[in-house]
Design a protein around this ligand. Sequence first.
Ligand SMILES: Nc1ncnc2c1ncn2[C@@H]1O[C@H](COP(=O)(O)OP(=O)(O)OP(=O)(O)O)[C@@H](O)[C@H]1O
Ligand SMILES: [Mg+2]
Length: 424
Amino acid sequence: MDASTIPVAEWSLSAQTELRFEVEDTDPVTLKLLDGTAEIFGTELPPSQQFSFADGAKVAVFTWHGCRVQLRGRPLHPYVSTDTPMVAYLNAHAALEKMRESVERARDLVGPRVVIVGSKDVGKTTLCRILLGYATRWGRQPVYVDLDCGQNSISVPGCVAALPVDRPADVEEGTFALRAPLVFHYGSASPSENSDLYLALISELARVVRRRFGTFAECRASGCVVNTCGWIDGFGFKAIVHAVMEFDANVVLVLDQERLFSQLKTSLGSSVQVVLLPKSGGVVSRSRSFRNDARMAAVRKYFYGTAKESLYPHSFNVGFDDVLVFKIGQPRVPDSCLPLDAKKDDSATKVVSVALDMDLLHCVCGLSLASGPSEDLARTNVAGFVVVTDVSMEKRTLTLLSPAAHPLPRNCLLISDIRFVDMK
Ligand SMILES: Nc1ncnc2c1ncn2[C@@H]1O[C@H](COP(=O)(O)OP(=O)(O)OP(=O)(O)O)[C@@H](O)[C@H]1O
Ligand SMILES: [Mg+2]
């Protein structure tokens, strides 16, 4: 677009209002804070700096005291809302901060362990970002845990992960700096695909986060914020309760859903504070195809970075004899068909060897940190991810797209049902 034809608009926001807009244009929309103070989902905007939002972005610029901002480009449906739940969210932060203060000096107590729940598109991930942003602005270092294997905000889809956080999320990308993330490969975008493995990985993440609290005093007092996926019925509810138990959560924030709030209050007992918070009217529902596209965009970003910060992945061949490829979990067989000594839940975390053939094409694979298949591959975290971009049965090689150069640091690959076609 010719710079002179780019529309420019100025917006004046009074205290406690927010400017909402979406981007559905190949050209980005840029935002600049002209005066006053403002924040985007918990991250304060520095004055006069330009921020660029690409196609698909859904943004809210909130101000506590009033501000003026400039938008350049063609935002979709920009409007100012005076009705936001930000005061309720700030109060939630203040209550968590009180808990942190009260455990700060006690060596053996842990700060708030917060689980955020609600159905699809109620703003769970956004609330995590806001609460973590506020906590770090108060000098805290909480652990962010994302149990959403469909739209994971720490690593690629198909995993669950934890990340120590010490600064607010990036304004444009909405992600936190990746300082020593802990990532477990789950292998699917849906918790129902292998529900027992999903529960086992929640337990595993909780165990490591607890260990971290034991080692790092600043994390211990700051506690953790656990994001969940939008499945709240049936197994979804069971997974929420499991997460609350395993993370020993003392606060559950329920967004929008009175029924879920009441169910959790009944199930969790009085040792857990269950709090109902309003959903923001700005939260945008996303279609199934938007979510699929977002998954592919997340994998692309993992390998290629962003327009602002490009990454240059490597592509190399590995021989069939140089890697071992596994799938975690095998289809369940009826109990009556199991050998007498077989444990009922064996199948979920069973490591099954996978044949190297064309079926692996485009498969996103986790690179296990296990030094060999004798270790517990299901419960070992991954170093990162690769994509199989070619399979040569003739040469007996796999071509891998990898963030790091050849050779692979380990040789056990875990397949997922997430496929990424590398068009670059
Ligand atoms: N106040 C707001 N104004 C405008 N957009 C918003 C606002 N709050 C959230 N959004 C946008 O709405 C979308 C959905 O929000 P979010 O991802 O937090 O929901 P979620 O409950 O985590 O969804 P899911 O069920 O997929 O996990 C996001 O793109 C987010 O940027
Ligand atoms: Mg979410």
